[in-house]
Design a binder for this molecule. Structure first.
Ligand SMILES: [Zn+2]
Ligand SMILES: [Zn+2]
Length: 390
């Protein structure tokens, strides 16, 4: 509970309270007026965070509405921060950059050559998104995305995880030096970043939700099956009675037949209604919201790579990140870029996922989605987008 107590102590301190740690695992707080009203507290409160409470302490924990109340106090503050990554010790760049690049770059239809290598500062964005999926049950989760805004590369999950782990440790928190900030350059293309974030985020949310969706489909199938069996039995019963009445004559038999036919119709209506209820019950709604971001100024070793495709040439930058000793993947101009393989287009040498240059499913003509968009140039048919939440 130590981290939570520290967080609450910091937050209350920023709200003007005088906060004194007491053992075991508590805080004595002298509460100023606006905060008293916001939290509904008297002038002096004793808060306890552990299993064992200090005398007279009010228990504070992750359960109940405490997180919501502190969240309301926090408001929008703390959602975006800037930080310079400080390496605790110098790290020598790889002695075999070509081999490292070989492992990171898998160009299926182009060649490349290392042109230059030098230390640099870059600007990475680490962004957290919360998704909520609601159907008959609810599932929530957090997705972290990382981008190197200087090279345009999306950082792999593993790399983002390692960076976050490192930053959450006892690494010094330093505000970015002006010189570092200017060397890292500005965010090249915000709309491009947004577009790539979207593609990747859709994919990752979908991947995270996959087990939840499969379990939901199993429950839906099971419920549909039960309803079907129940109504099929009822209907069969009514139809059997009806068949038995077919050969009987007289007014009473006719009235019975009418009644059984009405019964069959009612069973069918009820079955359709029950299926509608199920569809409604299991309808899936997914919301995704940005919750937090960190602009990280990080030292890197930058490789300039010349890419050649037919007569075209393009230079791309690929960074090696000494903090996690990892080479980032090459940028991807189209698609979520989760696989290593890239195709290079003839006209602008875009690097895309394999699907980004795939042939049209109707007419067979291949085209670059980064150049021409999603519709086939020849027959105007639109290929399915690689990832979109439906
Ligand atoms: Zn076509
Ligand atoms: Zn292209």
């Amino acid at each position: 509970m130590g981290a939570f107590r520290d967080f609450v102590a910091d937050l209350l301190d920023r709200e003007g309270a005088i906060v004194e740690p007491v053992e075991p695992d508590g805080l004595d707080v002298l509460v100023p007026e606006p905060l008293r009203a916001a939290m509904g507290w008297p002038e002096l409160v004793h808060l306890g965070f552990g299993a064992q409470l200090p005398p007279d302490a009010m228990p504070v924990g992750l359960e109940g509405d405490w997180l919501d109340r502190f969240g309301a106090l926090l408001g929008d503050r703390g959602r975006l921060a800037e930080r310079q990554l400080v390496l605790p010790t110098p790290v020598t760049p790889p002695s075999d950059p070509e081999r490292r690049l070989e492992a990171a770059l898998d160009l299926r239809n182009a060649i490349w050559r290392l042109r230059d290598a030098r230390p640099a500062w870059t600007r990475c964005m680490l962004l957290a998104f919360r998704y909520t999926a609601t159907s008959d049950e609810q599932r929530e989760g957090l997705i972290w995305l990382g981008f190197n805004t200087a090279t345009g590369a999306a950082l792999e999950d593993d790399m983002v995880g390692r960076l976050r782990h490192l930053l959450a440790g006892d690494m010094e928190w330093r505000a970015p030096d002006p010189a570092v900030r200017s060397e890292a350059g500005s965010v090249a293309d915000a709309s491009m970043l947004t577009e790539r974030t979207q593609a990747r985020l859709d994919h990752l949310v979908r991947r995270d939700l996959d087990p939840f969706l499969r379990a939901m489909r199993r429950r839906l199938d099971r419920d549909c099956g039960r309803i079907h069996v129940y109504h099929a039995d009822l209907r069969r019963g009514a139809l059997t009675k009806l068949a038995a009445l077919q050969s009987v004559t007289g007014d009473k038999a006719e009235a019975d037949r009418v009644r059984e036919r009405m019964r069959v119709a009612a069973i069918e209506r009820e079955y359709a209604g029950k299926l509608d209820d199920l569809r409604h019950n299991y309808a899936l709604r997914v919301t995704v919201d940005w919750v937090q971001g960190l602009v990280l100024f990080a030292p890197v070793h930058r490789y300039e790579v010349l890419i050649r495709r037919r007569k075209g040439e393009r230079i791309v930058a690929i960074d090696w990140h000494p903090a996690v000793r990892m080479m980032e993947p090459p940028l991807c101009d189209w698609g979520p870029g989760l696989e290593r393989a890239r195709l290079v287009c003839d006209d602008h040498l875009h690097l895309t996922d394999l699907a980004g240059q795939a042939p049209c499913l109707s007419c067979g003509k291949a085209w670059c989605r980064a150049c021409q968009g999603p519709a086939c140039l020849r027959c105007k048919r639109t290929a399915a987008s690689p990832t979109k939440i439906r």
